[in-house]
Design a protein around this ligand. Structure first.
Ligand code: TYD
Ligand code: MG
Length: 446
């Protein structure tokens, strides 16, 4: 039996094994430290928020799945990205299986001028699409959407419909083979309904290198892009966009907007949240109203429903504020989604404030030269434990700095959060600080 050459330069003699034996077992092994690695070359899409979520741009030869419900803006985002890439002198290709070339053109006319430079192929036949990709050899190719591709083989009555699990997987696997062989970055667009009901693209998640989710509410302008999986970057990042007349616009100072829009009414609080590595101030609103239902409503938007249930239980048990017999609605304003433990205190304070009909105590600045200043919104962050303790959450200094940058001081926060925080170690303490009138009433009643 022949000995195979050591691929990565590792000399097997050094590890003391007889050479013949190594060859007989299989390929020689190479320590990870000896594996050749070149820095990843990346293609910038020219859309800062998208590049950041991707981990610095598109990696040649990689497969990105962009999921989102219909109408959210996937085609717009990919059209804009391809336009920028084409404008920077790279070859691009937009494969449209859903819209005619004319429809794609109509959209591109609304976007930046370079969007019209992108070659479009309106085609649903997988073989034709693969042939075109192979002959045109673009640096970046968008397939919109992967569910529309038909595979020619498997014909006859048993042929699976486009969009079925088998077809989607087959199409993606073959596209991946070509993409890797020719170093083409491919973005597969896939429709996913809110509850992830459509089986199609979900089956691709393990196959692709990166899964991006584009979400938001159609009726509202804000759109959020998140990485659910990323072999070439972090999955903590999120990018915020606004859908406008000329396409998607990056929202660079979302905090300023959300703080300016915060109502300061009973039931409103500003959460100093972390969106990946970035702090973001968002308004959390609650409404508590008597219910006529046997099982009162618990409705959330932008939050996890179970999180609300947990916080309501803690609020009742450890904060003395019960909402039994009441419907509770909690909403993160602007269609933003918050998925981090720091949201607990915001839910608790918003619900307590709504239940009592008393606005939360923000840092009142008093008077300025005799003119009464409007109180700043009350801001907070912190996780609640089951025993009613307020727990430390990550990056308090960044959260506090972001709050301070937008004029919010006295942020209600867990102990150990640092300068600028009004610290509390339990929910009860935080409630007393944020709703002093209610706390006094409770004390008198006790
Ligand atoms: P689209 O990108 O087609 O969504 P998807 O591919 O995810 O289904 O865009 C959806 C909506 O965006 C559509 O209703 C029109 C709107 N839109 C704008 O408001 N401004 C624009 O410049 C563009 C191109 C679209
Ligand atoms: Mg579309």
């Amino acid at each position: 039996m022949e000995e195979r050459p050591a691929g990565g330069g590792g000399d097997h003699r050094r590890n003391g094994l007889p050479p013949a034996r190594v060859g007989a077992i299989g390929a020689p092994l190479v320590a990870l430290s000896q594996v050749a690695s070149a820095p990843l070359a990346r293609l910038q899409t020219g859309i800062g928020e998208l590049d950041r979520v991707l981990g610095g741009g598109l990696v040649p030869g990689s497969l990105v799945l962009l999921g989102g419900s219909p109408g959210i803006g996937k085609s717009t985002l990919t059209n804009m990205a391809l336009g920028n890439i084409a404008g920077a002198g790279h070859k691009t290709l937009y494969v449209s299986g859903e819209e005619s070339a004319e429809q794609v053109r109509l959209r591109a006319e609304r976007l930046q001028p370079s969007a019209l430079e992108v070659p479009v192929l309106a085609e649903t036949d997988l073989d034709a699409v693969l042939d075109t990709i192979a002959s045109h050899a673009p640096s970046v190719c968008v397939i919109d959407s992967v569910q529309t591709l038909r595979c020619a083989d498997g014909s006859g009555p048993a042929r699976p419909a486009p969009g079925s699990v088998g077809q989607v997987r087959e199409a993606a696997t073959r596209i991946m083979g070509l993409a890797k062989a020719r170093s083409i970055a491919v973005v597969l667009v896939g429709h996913v309904t809110k509850d992830g009901a459509l089986a199609g693209p979900r089956v691709l998640e393990h196959l692709v290198d990166c899964v991006l989710q584009f979400e938001g509410e159609r009726e509202r302008p804000y759109r959020e892009l998140r990485a659910l999986k990323n072999r070439f970057g972090s999955t903590n990042e999120a990018g915020l966009f606004e859908m406008r007349q000329g396409g998607l616009v990056e929202v660079l100072d979302a905090s300023a907007r959300f703080v300016a829009e915060a109502t300061r009414a009973p039931g409103s609080v500003v959460l100093a949240a972390m969106e990946g590595s970035r702090p973001l101030l968002v308004e959390v609103q609650a409404l508590v109203a008597p219910s006529e239902l046997e099982q009162p409503r618990r409705v959330v938007s932008g939050l996890d429903r179970n999180r609300l249930a947990l916080v309501l239980a803690i609020l009742g048990r450890h904060g003395g504020i019960g909402v039994a017999g009441h419907d509770v609605f909690v909403n993160v304003v602007g269609g933003v989604r918050v998925e981090e433990p720091g949201v607990d205190l915001a839910i608790a304070l918003a619900v307590a404030s709504a239940a009592k009909g008393v606005a939360l105590n923000g840092p009142m600045s008093g008077t300025d030269g005799g003119v009464a200043l409007k109180g700043c919104p009350c801001a907070c962050f912190g996780e609640l434990g089951l025993t009613g303790e307020l727990r430390w959450v990550g990056h308090p200094e960044r959260r506090l700095a972001e709050a301070a940058r937008h004029g919010l001081s006295g942020v209600h926060a867990p102990s150990g959060s640092g300068d600028g925080a009004r610290e509390a170690s339990t929910l009860r303490e935080a409630l007393a600080a944020a709703l002093p009138a209610v706390a006094r009433r409770h004390a008198r009643a006790a």
